[in-house]
Design a binder for this molecule. Structure first.
Ligand code: ASP
Length: 722
């Protein structure tokens, strides 16, 4: 099927219409084959080899996976990386105390020596990728049963990986694309000495806060700067004072030219996860069951945190990262529900499925291969939806900033088992728990935590029927007649896991019996048992079957529309999206322009509202119109939008112009089209980018850190309105 599909695509690549395909997250190694012609016809001035090459330095050498879930890019030959403020947030927070509050005040290292190391943070650079489908499927036959087939595929993958990294310091992975219809080998270099160089105050980097998140027009200076360090041979090395700034094979020239509506633009980065080809049953499950329940419980948690953060700066330092993490998903799901509604997303999928079944019915071969897919989906989702809900909700309640001491207690399960078995590895595990506990209490406040406990207990009782509730919860609810507020204080007093010193004492004189008696430990174990005994088994079986169905359904969709060039769902691998700088109609009579400016920041300025409290220095620069060389017709550009297809993980991605110069840093999407992970809406799906000129302005004029700009390669002349 795959070969046939590729041949068809090759033939059709030349017959494609000359309009810019906005939807799609394309595979870099295939740009030459499928995309470059169209890109060039639409203004791109370089070649596919300039984007991805294994023979010489190319743009792909300048794009990195930042940590586990964001993108960053090199903007100097000394390893300087720009990513989003929200991607660097946790690291900035880790370095922040009430005395050195870098989240509030910003941070500028001043020199290499003062750059701050970040244990646990890595930067991954793709060396090359390769289609290895034939090698992965070598020896696999139609007749093989699933177990044999999986074992053979795994053995093939292990051999491919071993071969790929032999004699190198590289790390490789073989990943499925098109839901398992194709496989690519990705060979990476991973750097682990990554230091914080600079970050604006949150009042710039997070300006607009959760209120503006996922919304256009936007005025957030969402960037932070890091530097990758390497050993003297320019190779990855663990942190050492001897390390030197890494010299990347390529870094992006930074453009002062700016953007106009209609300009060609592309985003090169690591989109995380999309579900473009899922059946209506899956979309209905998310939209009608899972998202609404998650929105409700997260909304409650966020409002508790916000209320307490507003009262106390220390609580803000502790909970801002947690609340941002919760709110990002919470708000996106609300937007997704609305935009799916507006697009009639489920009905559209159903209409497609009807047409699909007609296509299947027209050919007995297809009936044999694909005839049962949709019926099977329907049957599976009947029970899967409920299991999915119980699983997700249990996690929201007992993990994910719900009953916090129970989530800490859960981390001790392994140590308890090891102590009971007298496992010699226990000491090491306790050391791990010591670090874990340190981190945990750095971001814990008992008063906030008690309120979270009461709120999530109430919601758990309301949303999960008794037969599916953790036993320890039912006992507690019966004991207090559902009045969790009346027992919260007592439980927190009684538990070891609500007080740092008690947990530390426990670790130094570890006694599993003591742990097992703890009320929050019992709650954590009881919740885990419920999932393990009642949910996990069925879910794993369903997931396995769904993976097979998804693969088959994907293949069928490609066969049905054999004249279309498909792009694979995002899977945290490097992708290219391209389109144009473009505004959009948001609702009746409201058109959103493509660009925002510093005037818009000042229009929102309100010292009474935390999210909109513009720093004095920025206010001053604005009032004096002291914009330096970043002055564009009396303004400083701040953000812009385009119709590039992006998702979570694209945060921090380079936004490039027709010359491949950096014009922005991607950080978000506009509310109305946010369902693009499931269904791209060409009329309203827009990615939001920080205009690179605002970054330069903040570094140079606001922070007085012009030495960083001296490191960059600036190109392009500012364009002025004629
Ligand atoms: N704002 C997003 C994120 O947090 C980026 C996106 O989904 O467009 O990852």
């Amino acid at each position: 099927m795959r070969k046939q599909f590729l041949t068809t695509l090759l033939l059709l690549a030349f017959a494609m219409p000359v309009s810019l395909a906005d939807e799609g997250m394309w595979i870099p190694v295939l740009i030459e084959k499928y995309n470059i012609k169209l890109m060039q016809e639409n203004g791109f001035k370089l070649t596919a080899e300039d984007i991805y090459s294994i023979n010489r330095a190319s743009m792909k050498d300048a794009v990195v996976l930042f940590g586990g879930g964001c993108t960053g890019e090199f903007i100097s030959d000394k390893g300087l990386i720009i990513t989003n403020h929200h991607c660097g947030y946790g690291y900035i927070q880790n370095h922040s105390t009430l005395d050195h509050d870098y989240l509030t005040d910003g941070f500028w290292a001043g020199s290499n020596k003062e750059e701050l190391s970040n244990p646990g943070l890595s930067v991954t650079i793709l060396k090359y990728m390769e289609d290895v489908t034939d090698r992965v499927l070598n020896g696999v036959t139609e007749e093989m049963d699933k177990e044999k087939r999986d074992a053979l595929i795994n053995a093939n993958i292990t051999a491919i990986n071993a071969d790929a990294v032999k004699g190198t310091h590289y790390v490789s992975a073989v990943r499925p694309f098109f839901l398992g219809n194709q496989y690519f080998l990705l060979v990476n270099e991973v750097f682990r000495d990554v230091r914080l160089v600079g970050a604006p105050p949150s009042a710039i980097g997070k300006f607009g806060g959760d209120t503006d998140n996922w919304v256009w027009p936007r005025h957030t200076g969402d960037f932070s700067l890091f530097r990758v360090y390497a050993d003297r041979e320019n190779k990855p090395a663990a942190y050492s004072a001897e390390n030197v700034p890494y010299r990347p094979a390529y870094h992006f020239p930074v453009s002062l030219a700016g953007v106009k509506e209609g300009d060609f633009t592309m985003v090169f980065g690591y989109p995380g996860r999309t579900q473009q080809y899922a059946p209506s049953y899956h979309i209905r499950m998310l939209k009608e069951v899972i998202y609404p329940k998650q929105v409700e419980i997260r909304g409650k948690k966020i409002s508790i945190m916000e209320q307490e953060m507003a009262k106390d700066q220390l609580v803000r330092l502790k909970y801002s990262g947690k609340s941002f993490g919760l709110a990002n998903g919470w708000k996106k799901w609300i937007g997704e529900i609305q935009s799916l509604d507006k697009m009639n997303g489920v009905a559209r999928k159903e209409a497609f499925e009807k047409e699909f079944m007609e296509w299947v019915a027209a050919d007995p071969e297809r009936v044999k291969k694909y005839g049962k897919i949709l019926d099977e989906y329907r049957d599976i989702y009947k029970t899967y939806t409920h299991n999915y809900l119980v699983n997700t909700y249990t996690n929201e309640v007992f993990g994910s900033a719900g009953v916090e001491p129970a989530s800490l207690a859960a981390a001790f399960r392994r140590a308890v088992e090891m102590a009971e078995k007298k496992d010699p590895g226990l000491e090491k595990e306790l050391q791990r728990l010591r670090d874990y506990t340190d981190n945990y209490f750095r971001n814990f406040d008992r008063h906030v935590s008690e309120q979270l406990f009461v709120a999530v207990m109430d919601l758990y009782g309301k949303n999960i029927e008794p037969g599916w509730q953790a036993e320890a919860y039912r006992e507690l609810a019966a004991g207090c007649r559902g009045d969790f507020g009346s027992v919260a204080g007592k439980l927190f007093d009684k538990s070891i896991f609500a007080e740092e010193n008690r947990v530390k004492d426990l670790i130094s004189r570890f006694d599993p019996k003591k742990v097992e008696k703890d009320p929050f430990y019992r709650m954590a174990v009881s919740a885990a048992n419920l999932i393990e005994s009642r949910v996990r088994g069925e879910m794993v079986a369903a997931d396995t079957r769904l993976a097979e169905l998804n693969k088959l359904y994907m293949a069928a969709q490609m066969e049905k529309e054999s004249d279309r060039i498909f792009y694979p769902d995002a899977n945290s691998t490097l992708r290219l999206a391209y389109g144009r700088v473009m505004g959009y109609d948001s609702r009746d009579a409201v058109y959103h322009k493509h660009q925002t400016t510093l005037t818009g920041v000042m229009e929102k300025d309100n010292p009474e509202i935390y999210d909109y409290d513009v720093p004095d220095r920025l206010r001053e620069l604005y009032l004096k119109k002291d914009f330096g060389r970043y002055n564009v017709d009396g303004e400083v550009p701040v953000c812009f939008i385009a119709n590039n297809h992006t998702t979570g993980g694209n945060s921090g991605s380079p936004v490039l112009n027709a010359d491949g110069h950096l014009i922005g840093v991607n950080f978000d999407r506009a509310w109305e089209g946010v369902a693009s992970d499931i269904m791209f809406n060409p009329k309203q799906s827009r990615n939001i980018s920080l205009d690179i000129r605002y970054v330069l302005f903040i570094i140079d004029k606001f922070a007085g850190a012009g030495y960083l700009i001296d490191e960059m390669t600036l190109v392009g002349e500012p364009q002025h309105t004629p």
